[in-house]
Write a protein that binds this ligand. Structure first.
Ligand code: ZN
Length: 221
């Protein structure tokens, strides 16, 4: 039997190109709405066009790039205040009741995973670069995903994933928001969920999302 495997090196290169391009889009080194020419990017990053094309397709699936007919790609525009409010309205609909569900059905194992996740956050980023936000962003993504998984509704999880909300919020606000409030609010949600208090869990999640939305709105106005 012949097995054809992707070589790790090739995979690393494609992932690396994707991460580099994503960082450029996230911190607006490539401005919102700007054209991205595959050949030009390949030349700048000193790689072949193939991993660039793959990276752009991944960015498109995340809503960070749009394919232009016969012309490569452009970056998407930043969310405006209206778009941001709509995104948070959706999150409130999905995540408030999910936090309640999670509190009502959580297992000891899942509760332990939430506690571990809270212990994983060690530093609050101060620097003004996308990379410095990665630990906090990664924690935020993991925590919200864990809570949705604990709620046990696959459809809701998928609807949440499709928003790619963390990418769009962090792209909009990078360098301007501190993570202190986020971590305190997360701790309140986790406390309520692991105490199996559905009312408190839904309320803490709602409070977190509303405060997060208002911080972002204040940051972009
Ligand atoms: Zn959060």
């Amino acid at each position: 039997m012949v097995m054809i495997l992707k070589t790790p090196r090739r995979q690393m290169l494609a992932d690396d190109v994707y991460e580099q391009l994503k960082a450029l889009v996230m911190d607006s080194s490539i401005e919102p709405g700007a054209r991205m020419n595959i050949e030009d990017l390949a030349r700048q990053l000193e790689v072949s066009p193939t991993p660039v094309r793959e990276a752009l397709a991944r960015l498109e699936s995340e809503g960070l790039a749009v394919k232009l007919p016969l012309k490569g790609y452009r970056t998407t525009d930043l969310l405006d205040a209206q778009g941001l409010r709509e995104l948070y309205d959706l999150r409130l609909l999905l995540e408030g009741p999910s936090a309640r569900r999670a509190a009502e059905r959580i297992t000891d194992e899942q509760a332990e995973a939430l506690r571990l996740e809270m212990h994983s956050v060690v530093e609050v980023p101060e620097a003004h670069r996308y990379e410095s936000y990665l630990p906090l962003t990664a924690h935020d993504v993991r925590l919200h995903q864990l809570l949705l998984a604990d709620a046990g509704n696959q459809m809701v999880r998928e609807a949440f994933e499709r928003t790619h909300c963390h990418l769009h919020i962090f792209r909009l606000t990078y360098g301007r928001l501190s993570g202190v409030h986020t971590i305190t609010e997360h701790a309140a949600v986790v406390d309520a969920v692991v105490s199996r208090d559905g009312d408190a869990a839904e309320e803490a999640m709602r409070a977190h999302l509303i405060q997060s939305r208002d911080r972002v709105l204040a940051g972009i106005s």
